[in-house]
Design a protein around this ligand. Structure first.
Ligand code: ADP
Ligand code: MG
Length: 257
């Protein structure tokens, strides 16, 4: 696995922000779950978000996909504020791919149908074109030969790769991954991470919540460390892992490394 060439991205002018969170606050009742979050994610950038359980990482992802609303501040995707509802919201969601810890495939649909459903229903793609694209994506994530099976017939690692293919089928501008390997048996983690590294190297803009520090070192442009609803520290992976500044990050790293 090879780290992506950041200089190359910069020299192609691909550094304009794609996702911007500006002074974002969110409460769950009394709980101030996101506290003045400011984050700018460049086109093609891979941001790994780490931090203790309960620090707001999932909520952060869910606000970008607008599965959660925010109480203060703004979030923009490609310069446009997130829509509140209706068709515009559906269009927004189509531009933000999301992969969860639990694969969330439709149990009663085949692998191929799982991948074609979104493009057919949301994008209006015709069935033949959607199937052609789905087969290419399934090949790309290494499960092309499973297209006619049902999710329960696949391993967890295979199902998660299908979930990635399903998200990619919508041709998203950014992909969010929320602990995509946490529910997998150890021997399946690598096959999913390899697909994610491949995506990162292909220039996909990605926000990845993960405890897989090998992935962070290999594929991330930036590590964001969150605790108690705040971004405590952010840096390149090299700097962050060798020279964490805050006591909380040092403490967290001492527990997981
Ligand atoms: P992380 O992903 O970092 O573990 P989460 O974003 O899931 O953190 O949760 C942050 C905090 O918000 C936790 O204390 C959690 O219990 C709380 N929380 C998450 N979702 C909800 C919800 N829908 N309603 C109330 N509290 C929530
Ligand atoms: Mg979480």
């Amino acid at each position: 696995m090879v780290r992506r060439d950041r200089a190359r991205l910069g020299s192609c002018g691909m550094t304009e922000p794609l996702v911007v969170l500006d002074h974002v606050d969110k409460w769950f009742g009394e709980l101030h779950v996101l506290q003045d979050i400011n984050m700018s994610i460049a086109r093609g950038e891979v941001v790994v978000v780490i931090g203790p359980s309960g620090s707001g990482k999932s909520t952060l992802c869910r606000t970008i996909n607008r599965l959660e609303t925010i109480d203060k501040g703004t979030i923009t995707l490609d310069g446009k504020p997130l829509p509140a509802e209706g068709k515009a919201l559906a269009a927004h969601r189509a531009e933000v791919g999301m992969v969860f810890q639990s694969f969330n495939l439709f149990a009663h649909k085949t692998i191929l149908e799982n991948v074609t459903l979104g493009p057919i229903k949301v994008r209006g793609t015709d069935k033949a074109a959607a199937e052609k694209q789905a087969r290419q994506l399934l090949d790309r994530v290494g499960v092309g030969n499973q297209a006619d099976k049902y999710p329960a017939q696949l391993s967890g690692g295979q199902q998660q790769r299908v979930a990635i293919a399903r998200a990619l089928a919508m041709e998203p501008k950014v992909m969010l991954f929320d602990e995509p390997t946490s529910a997998l048996d150890p021997e399946m983690i690598k096959e999913v991470l390899d697909v994610m590294v491949d995506l990162a190297q292909g220039g996909m803009t990605m926000v990845v919540v993960t405890h897989e520090m090998g992935f962070a070192r290999t594929a991330a442009d930036r590590v964001v460390f969150m605790a108690d609803g705040q971004v405590v520290e952010e840096n390149t992976p090299d700097e962050f892992f060798s020279n964490a500044q805050s006591g909380r990050a040092q403490d967290f790293l001492s527990k997981i490394l």
